[in-house]
Structure formats: C-alpha cells, structure tokens
Design a protein around this ligand. Structure first.
Ligand code: GBH
Length: 479
C-alpha cells in the first residue's frame, strides 16, 4: 500500500462502499404485507439449505436498519449498495398492488443514507423473485421480463429522485446456472442444458427493457446511471502468457465466454452472444442429436436492442481458476459439456473459508485489464469482492484484513499502471448474513452478527477496521 505523502492512488470521487442484498439481511419475510419470494419457498423446503437455515429473520435489517447505518458510518463509506425486495414493494410482483409499508422502509433507508452523506447504489433484483411470478413461469417465461420492466419503472419513479446508481439484475449467471441448471439456488430447478440459457436470455431482455425505460423516461431529469452486475472469476490457461497448450488457451477463452461473455458480449460488444459460445452449444447439440433448434435463444429484431444498455461495468469478483481443455463427459446435455473445459485450482492459492474461494488478488487486476481491452474501456465499479470465514469465529481475522489490503492495492495498480477506469470498490459484505445455500455457516461480513443473540448485535471485525483505515487514508488524500 502507498504510504501517506505519496500521490493519491484513487480518483478524487472514488466510491468506497460495501454491499448487502435484501433476502440476505432483511428478515421480516411476512412483515407488513410483504409477499413471498422464491427464496422464502426454497428455504422452507427440506434439504435445500445448509442446516435448514432460512432468511425469515436473518440480520433483521427490516427492523434494525439503524444499526446497519451505524456500521456504515463506522466504516466511513461513501456508498452503500443494497437491494430492494421486489415482493416487499409489489407483493404479487405486479404494479397492481403497491405495499406502501415497503415503500416507506426503503424511503427511510435512502433518506437516512443521504442525511449521512452516503450515496445509495440500488440493485433491483438480487435472486429473490416474487413467488407469484415463479408460479407464472418465472424467468423461463418471456413475460417476467416485461413485469420486471414495470417494477423497474415503478422504482425509478418512486426513488430515482435520490438514487443515482442502479443495478438492474445481480449475477444473471448465478440465477440461471445455480437456480435452473444445478438446482442449488431458488427456484431449485435442475433442467440442465436448456433452462439456464433461456433464463439468462430473459434476464438480459429484462435488463435491456429497464435500461431503455430509464433512458427515455427518467435519465434527463434524474441523471443517474444504470447497469447490470456480472460475476466472473479470472480464468486463464496454466502458463498463460507463455507456454500454454493451444487447447487450454481455447478452453480458457470458452470458459470466459460462458461466464462473463455470455452477458457482457451482448451488452457491450455485439448485441449478441459470443460466437464461441453459440458454436460450442450448437456443436454439442448436433453431436447428441438434439432436435429442438439452438438451445441458446436469439435476440429478436423487434425488441429493444440489448447492445449499449449499460452506463458502467459492474463487476463482482471473488476468485480465479486455471482452465484446461476437456471436461465434457460425452453423453449428457448440460452446460458443463457444452463448455468442454475444466477449472483447476493452483495449489499455491490459499483457500479462504468456503471451498470455492481461492484467494487471488492479482486475478482482479488481470480481469480489470481484460475488461478494459475487451469491452471498450468502460467505467467500472467493482460491485462485490470479499472473503469469507467458516468454523471457529475470529474477530481478529488477520488473514482477511491482509486480503483486503492486497486486493485494494491490486485495484490501485489497475488504475495507475493499466489505466483502467475504476470508479469504485464495494466490499462484500457489510454484515455477516444469510449466505444462500450455505445458510449462516459462511461469514462474509465486515461486521460480525451474533445470530444466537436476540438483539443480533453487530461487532466490527479486524478486517472492518482495516477497511475503515484504508478508506480514511484515501479519502483524506483526495480532500
Ligand atoms: C455473490 O456471488 C452473490 O452476489 C452474493 O449474494 C453472495 O453473498 C456472495 O457471492 C458470496 O458468495 O458452490 O461451488 O457451486 C458470487 C458468485 C458464483 C460464487 C457461484 C460462488 C458457487 C460455487 N458466486 N459460486 S459452488
């Protein structure tokens, strides 16, 4: 890290944030007229989530918002990223019925943030579809995109005078793949090889419609910015940069196309899916004698174009993988076989908490450079990045503190040395919370939450203190 006195490594109005998502923190799953979401349903089914945990209460941020605000202030954040619960605002998912209590709740959150000089970044959809819309086909149904657009317009109209940074959908990849191919997330469908592509497509359509609505009806007056948050690991062949096998280099390119490219190519580059993705899917279909037409949908001419529908690039980065060719185990129709590539861990990478999270700060810098070069040098917000702990609680989490320092210094290098236009960094997460299929067993917070204590008390971790120190140093330098 640069010491004070050196020139500032971050632009003057750099956003220093932390993030959360409604279902992971709010609780109040039936409070004041909220409708059920697919995560309420999923968690209440046996065997879905670790330890049968659920988000019925979670951090109870629905009632304890002011405690969260204290945490935000203690960190010295300039920005806070939260998500709206669609079913709290619109219990059956449609604008036919608005839940005013939900509107009041988010109004208070937004107004309190602004009163403390913290800017909200709001995600409209972070995995929690109203159950009523799932009953109507969910994201597999084209009409869900239209209903999302109506919800988005409602939010722009109601909150857009104060919210200037919008994320339409969070991680369509995760929703499509984990929710509809692997069955690990709500709605828990296992329809490999087909449903995920359809879901991804409808989420892109939903995003594009909402961006166009903002652009034509709200932008001139509200002057905000809208994007979608994409997750990607940094993926490269072993020995990339010299000595990699051609097959592995192709596999790494394919793997990136199937994660980041799937959504970023249509929005930032061509208006359509990456060629390598479509040709891999179609080749596999042909090999398996699939007769249903391309499993990867096509964008229709008479719909609002998806190209150009992002005012910034919102990136969620957690980890890296080496990629080698092969992995398509022949006979079955599934995304894994379509990709025909295999992820491997480099044994030198430490694992932090959950098994998937190899700690590779320098992967973020490489991914940022790749984004600059591939997607036409967009303004980038790192909308999520974090490290977890599991098992024995460590309030003095030295390892996680170091990782934040290392990662943020990689971001500084991306800005200074690679010229990437990074506008902000959001740590994941403000609080320990409901970590989806892992329940409360995995803790990503900068603040510990004591789920055994009725008051759900929040206590800052050492990593939280470290992050506060980093923020205060760079904010001072830019005064
Ligand atoms: C984010 O996704 C989510 O946006 C956030 O809500 C969540 O709390 C945070 O991650 C931490 O997990 O279990 O082996 O199938 C990050 C992208 C993609 C990372 C799916 C975990 C699951 C790997 N995630 N991946 S596995």
């Amino acid at each position: 890290m640069p010491t004070s006195g050196e020139k500032n490594m971050f632009p003057r109005d750099f956003a220093w944030g932390a993030g959360t998502a409604a279902y992971q923190i709010e609780g109040g799953w039936q409070a004041d007229g909220k409708g059920p979401s697919i995560w309420d349903t999923f968690c209440h089914e046996k065997g879905r989530v670790f330890g049968e945990h659920n988000g019925d209460e979670a951090c109870n941020s629905y009632e304890l918002w002011e405690k969260d605000l204290e945490c935000i202030q203690q960190l010295g954040l300039t920005h806070y990223r939260l998500s709206f619960s669609w079913a709290r605002l619109l219990p059956d998912g449609t604008t036919q019925h608005v839940n005013q209590k939900g509107v009041q709740y988010y109004n208070k959150v937004i107004d309190d943030l602004l009163a403390c000089d913290v800017s909200p970044m709001v995600t409209l959809y972070h995995f929690d579809l109203p159950q009523a819309l799932q009953d109507g086909g969910g994201w597999k149904s084209a009409s869900t995109a239209t209903l999302f657009d109506a919800y988005a317009k409602f939010c722009f109209r109601t909150f857009g005078d104060r919210v200037k940074l919008w994320v339409t959908v969070n991680e369509p990849y995760v929703c499509a793949k984990l929710g509809h191919e692997d069955g690990l997330h709500a709605p828990g469908l296992k329809e490999p090889g087909v449903a995920a592509y359809l879901v991804g497509h409808n989420m892109l359509r939903a995003h594009a419609m909402a961006w166009h609505s903002y652009n034509s009806c709200f932008r001139a007056k509200q002057k905000g910015a809208v994007s979608l948050a994409l997750n990607s690991d940094w993926l490269e062949a072993p020995e990339a940069g010299g000595g990699a096998e051609d097959d592995d280099a192709d596999a790494a390119e394919r793997q990136l196309a199937f994660t980041l490219g799937w959504f970023a190519w249509p929005v930032f580059v061509t208006g359509d899916y990456p060629d390598v993705m479509r040709s891999a899917i179609d080749a596999r279909s042909e090999r398996l004698g699939w007769r249903g037409g391309s499993r990867l949908p096509r964008f229709e001419e008479d719909e609002p174009p998806v190209l150009g529908t992002a005012d910034f690039f919102a990136l969620n980065y957690y980890t890296s993988r080496k990629v080698v060719a092969g992995g398509g185990r022949g006979g079955t129709l599934c995304m894994k076989n379509d990709r025909d590539a295999r992820d491997v861990l480099d044994p030198s990478w430490p694992i932090c908490g959950v098994s998937w999270l190899a700690v590779v700060p320098c992967g973020l810098r490489k991914l940022l450079k790749y984004i600059k070069d591939t997607f036409n040098n967009p303004a980038v917000y790192i909308t999520e990045n974090g490290f977890s702990q599991v098992g024995q609680l460590q309030i003095e989490d030295v390892q996680r503190s170091e990782f934040y320092k290392d990662t943020i210094s990689e971001v500084a290098k991306a800005i200074q040395e690679d010229g990437v236009d990074v506008r902000g960094y959001f740590a994941w997460s403000l609080l320990d919370n409901f970590e989806w299929a892992d329940g409360f067993s995995v803790r990503f917070g900068l603040f510990h939450v004591d789920f055994a204590d009725a008051r759900l008390s929040r206590t800052i971790y050492r990593s939280g203190r470290e992050y506060a120190k980093i923020i205060s140093k760079f904010r001072c330098q830019s005064k």
